[in-house]
Design a protein around this ligand. Sequence first.
Ligand code: SAM
Length: 224
Amino acid sequence: SEQQEWDRVDDYLSDMLVQSDPALDLALRSSAEAGLPAINVSPNQGKLLHLLARMSGARHILEVGTLGGYSTIWLARALAPGGRLVSLEKIHHHAQIARNNIHSAELDDMVDIVVDDALASLDRLIADGVEPFDFIFLDADKENNAAYLERALRLSRPGTVIVGDNVVRKGRITHEGNTDPDVLGVRKFLTLMADSPELDSTAVQTVGSKGWDGFSLSIVSDRT
Ligand code: SAM
């Protein structure tokens, strides 16, 4: 099947280019053992996030949607010296598994996991006037993605990079009658992105071990 072909190529590319790593392997294994859903990014996607964050020279990273901390580890390892990552997760059990995994990866000093509804956490970060983030990864419930993007913009500066995951959803984003809240959420997210003059964006379809999906990529420009 197509999926088997995509899996085979993802395995081939990951084996070739994405070094196996005990802490990342453990994060996946312990998440599975704890019964977390396997909705983390794939290894080659994790490395893509890592490379994008490094390319942007990020010292302050925000992640919305921690799960077991797999993408968190990839991103935290991209931080420039002295950098920090804040990851938002609403489910205590997920956050606990993630904290263990981040500890095993020896990244505790750089990573803060905040347990609450992401909207509440984002509003708190805004109210606290935190230093703007250099890199933001949106990967929680897609229903609220537009609200997350709106907050992300208020936590950004010109040059901030924003990545949104799962924006294609097996092509369902173009199915007109679709009423799936995640599909509607992604459309609203992409519309806000298109309508935000301070954002320069694209989105790319992907196939691979995660099926047919895609991600959006934006940079915040000068808001004049
Ligand atoms: N970024 C992770 C990775 O690649 O390893 C995967 C994140 S998973 C797709 C989405 C996570 O967002 C889940 O752990 C879920 O509990 C969390 N989540 C869902 N709705 C949320 C909300 N309203 N606030 C905060 N977290 C939420």
